[in-house]
Design a protein around this ligand. Structure first.
Ligand code: HEC
Ligand code: HEC
Length: 351
């Protein structure tokens, strides 16, 4: 008798356990699995692209943006009060100077190609070698560089402090008034406002399938299938990793005349693995930022794309492939202040 009820209890207990296990499985796995699928379909349904559009609206303090804009255009930030940041970062064009090597305060030639300030707030580090971590930190470099502004903070703060309008506007925003930190904060906030949304490519990414024509689309397909996308990726199509120039073939041996700036990140880390490593540049507005590469050795986009094929991917791109990729790159030009950016004093597209 005792034995029979013992088995019955055990059997019932086993059944209950199985039931509980089933309910647990159904609610945690089967059910969630279906939900995950639905989320996946929404996320990847019609925008299954490795690049995301530049945001149209950034929440920034408008007073800081206006103050930073004035500072960015103010030659008082340079030692001889003749050169502003905008001197080399012309916002009427691509945020660059268009020169192979920038000419700064002391009229000594700078040694490296100018990077654009447009969309620079989206880059993970600043400069070709990534030596500045934030836009705030970045400012000290041009300010103190004799090839650029050739100035010191003491001089700058003294000059700005003599200006009534600056004293008033800084006091309105910052209780500390004018000091290096507040000047950096205002300029960096202004720079974060320099994003260029609404390129034709971004309109395509947002769902307007007519925004790119068939050869631009073919260029985008090549960009992905050849592997350009493995380095020029994310919202800025670059600016989020370091890579070696000459990954597949030795670029510098072929070019010759090695200079210190060619060593890239090695100059900072002294690590052999970092030799010739640069931050992958953003390709946003790239049609407007000639010449190309840190050494400004490519004067056209065609030339830059051919170099990329050969040294980064180990392929000799055919003429029509280069043409399609360059057409695609021309569709990356965005808007600033609601207007499509354009090239130096030119009306049409610029290669
Ligand atoms: C004489 C020309 C010149 C002047 C003046 C100048 N810059 Fe630059 N700027 C450059 C060059 C060249 C680079 C690239 C340097 C490098 O990577 O080593 C650069 C890079 C930058 C970058 C990095 C962009 C990126 O994506 O990494 C920012 C931001 C910038 N400058 C902002 C400024 C600000 C702010 C000022 C004024 C305080 C200024 N620049 C003044 C020439 C100039
Ligand atoms: C392995 C990574 C890698 C791949 C793959 C790659 N790039 Fe680059 N790209 C870079 C780096 C790094 C630079 C900067 C090199 C330098 O100047 O020192 C660069 C520079 C460029 C530039 C010049 C940008 C400027 O502002 O000067 C263009 C244009 C460009 N790449 C397009 C392409 C295209 C198109 C492809 C595919 C055919 C491609 N890249 C493949 C890493 C890569």
């Amino acid at each position: 008798m005792v034995k029979r009820s013992y088995w019955l209890v055990l059997a019932l207990f086993g059944l209950a356990l199985c039931g509980a296990a089933f309910v647990f499985w159904y609610t945690t796995y089967a059910h969630n699995g279906a939900e995950e699928d639905a989320v996946f379909a929404v996320k990847h349904g019609d925008v299954d692209e490795p690049i995301t559009p530049i945001p149209r609206d950034l929440k920034l303090d408008k007073r800081k943006v206006a103050l930073g804009r004035r500072l960015f255009h103010d030659p008082q930030l340079s030692g001889d009060s003749r050169i502003s940041c905008a001197h080399c970062h012309n916002l009427a064009t691509g945020g660059v100077d268009g020169l192979a090597h920038p000419v700064g305060s002391s009229k000594t030639d700078g040694k490296i190609d100018t990077l654009t300030v447009f969309n620079s707030g989206f880059n993970f580090r600043l400069f070709w070698d990534g030596r500045a971590a934030t836009l705030e930190d970045q400012i000290d470099f041009p300010m103190n560089n004799p090839c650029e502004m050739g100035s010191t903070w003491d001089e700058v703060i003294a000059k700005l402090g003599n200006d009534k309008a600056y004293r008033r506007d800084f006091a309105d925003i910052y209780k500390e008034n004018i000091n290096p930190q507040t000047v950096r904060d205002a300029i960096a906030t202004f720079e974060r406002s320099l994003n260029t949304p609404n390129s034709r490519f971004d309109r395509y990414l947002r769902g307007d399938k007519q925004a790119l024509d068939s050869s631009e689309l073919a260029g985008y397909d090549l960009f992905k299938s050849l592997g350009c996308i493995s380095c020029h990726q994310g919202m800025n199509m670059g600016g989020n990793m370091y890579e070696k120039l000459g990954l597949v073939e030795d670029y510098f041996r072929n070019r010759g005349n090695l200079r210190k700036v060619d060593l890239g990140r090695y100059n900072l880390t002294k690590d052999e693995d970092d030799r010739y490593e640069f931050r992958v540049p953003s390709l946003r507005n790239v049609a407007l930022t000639a010449p190309y590469l840190h050494d400004a050795s490519a004067s056209t986009l065609d030339a830059a794309v051919i170099i990329m094929g050969k040294y980064q991917l180990g392929v000799d791109l055919r003429e029509e492939e280069v043409a399609k990729i360059v057409k695609f790159l021309n569709a990356l030009t965005g808007e600033y202040d609601g207007k499509l950016l354009s090239a130096h004093q030119q009306s049409g597209a610029h290669r």
